[in-house]
Design a protein around this ligand. Structure first.
Ligand code: ADP
Ligand code: ADP
Length: 216
């Protein structure tokens, strides 16, 4: 079965009189338990695709179907619930709240804040005992692990990661990709957008975006 299907998706951004077609009729399916890397030049539409897959935004034309549900037929509230409970987001710049501890950052997206659960998730990403650290008291690799822990807060089916190793050295990049591999083995589907060939090697499949379309 497919976790997500994107059909004939176009995304047009209007900037004054100018229009940019960031997606140009993209067709894309992701089976359960897949691990996909999306590569391609800057401006080719990778982040836009990830935003559609994560219901952060809707396509101008075309369909996004998540677990059999056509997203545009859902209310805004239903879309938000789906986004929050089925999808975990990881970004290049970690995006942790700097005044909150590791466990507080992980509890943030929880529907019902659960400290014990936050600690278990932090254990799972290798941060046992670092629950009370602030982001400034963690290394870059550790910060990204907190960000992954936060993405796991509501037991998502799908992890979307935009350049998850973009700010990390090789050793930390490998640690993050090993962690994503473990999550995939536990049954989560993963899409990473990356420029890093080493990171892409961990995926089961790599596709390339060019000018708003997917190849490969
Ligand atoms: P990539 O992730 O491959 O770098 P993006 O999806 O970010 O590509 O961008 C695709 C195209 O859409 C680019 O031309 C970019 O400038 C444009 N674009 C992306 N987001 C916006 C936006 N919010 N407003 C206007 N144009 C945008
Ligand atoms: P950059 O590519 O500059 O490192 P990020 O990867 O942090 O940027 O973010 C990529 C996109 O995701 C941005 O367009 C941003 O608006 C969006 N974004 C970042 N953080 C969040 C978040 N916590 N929730 C929803 N959208 C986010």
């Amino acid at each position: 079965t497919d976790i997500i299907e994107i059909k004939e998706a176009w995304k047009t951004y209007k900037m004054g009189a100018e229009e940019i077609n960031a997606l140009q009729g993209v067709n894309f399916k992701l089976e359960e338990k897949s691990f996909l890397a999306v590569m391609g030049p800057s401006g080719s539409g990778k982040s836009t695709l990830l935003h559609m897959a994560g219901i952060l935004d809707l396509p101008t034309r075309g369909e996004v179907v998540l677990q059999g549900k056509n997203v545009k037929e859902l209310s805004g509230k239903e879309q938000a619930k789906l986004r929050r409970t089925k999808i975990g987001f990881v970004f290049q710049r970690f995006n942790l709240l700097s005044q909150l501890t590791a466990e507080e950052n992980v509890m943030l997206p929880m529907i019902k804040p659960d400290k014990e659960k936050a600690r278990k998730i932090l254990d799972r990403v290798g941060l046992e005992g670092k629950y009370d650290r602030l982001p400034t008291q963690l290394s870059g690799g550790e910060e990204q692990r907190v960000a992954i822990a936060r993405a796991l807060a509501n037991d998502p089916l799908l992890i979307l990661a935009d350049e998850p190793t973009g700010e990390l050295d090789t050793a930390n990049s490998r640690m993050i990709m090993d962690l994503l591999t473990n999550l995939n083995q536990d049954g989560m589907s993963i899409i990473i957008v990356t420029h890093d060939p080493m990171a892409a090697e961990y995926a089961h499949k790599t596709v390339e975006m060019r000018d708003g379309n997917i190849y490969g």
